[in-house]
Design a protein around this ligand. Sequence first.
Ligand code: S3P
Length: 185
Amino acid sequence: MSNQESPSHPRNIVLVGFMGSGKSTIARVLHQRLGYPVVEMDQILEKRAGKPITRIFEEDGEEAFRDMEAGLLCELDDPSASKRIISTGGGIVVRPGNREVLPRLGYVVWLKVPAKTILSRTSQTRHRPLLQTENPEAAVREMMEKREPFYEEVSNLALETTGLDSGEIASGILECARYHFAQLS
Ligand code: S3P
């Protein structure tokens, strides 16, 4: 990517999308390609809280988690902090204030994955408190319906990932991001 910096347009790549959409995996591939550091928001929040997300939800409640998440997002909203890959939690778009911040951080990519893929990817894992319900399928479909317009609203690119491997997804993102940043410089 160009070395030219514009303080008002940080050259971060921000990944948004539902739980299990592949944000962390793609963040790692982008890191390998670009060398930019990865900011894994959920990992930072777990470190700060000193416990896993499931326990934050159990002991402090979802609102407390959302407050921490929104606080961290505001910290990341620093125009001079550029060239990072920011991997967000799937619920980052729920709060309207977060939806204002996200586009300021850089090039926002929505990894778009169908509900059935999400369900098969998340069914074997227990670290997502919002899916620990009697009917995870209904939970996923309900949350997706609510969130998809929000992902759409904040993103520069909606990338349908079905049929693509992680290398192909990363290549698509890089090509589009390069074009986007070139237009700004
Ligand atoms: C959440 C997604 C999770 C994590 C938390 C809440 C959500 O992140 O932030 O469990 O509301 O969709 P991933 O998208 O990385 O699973």
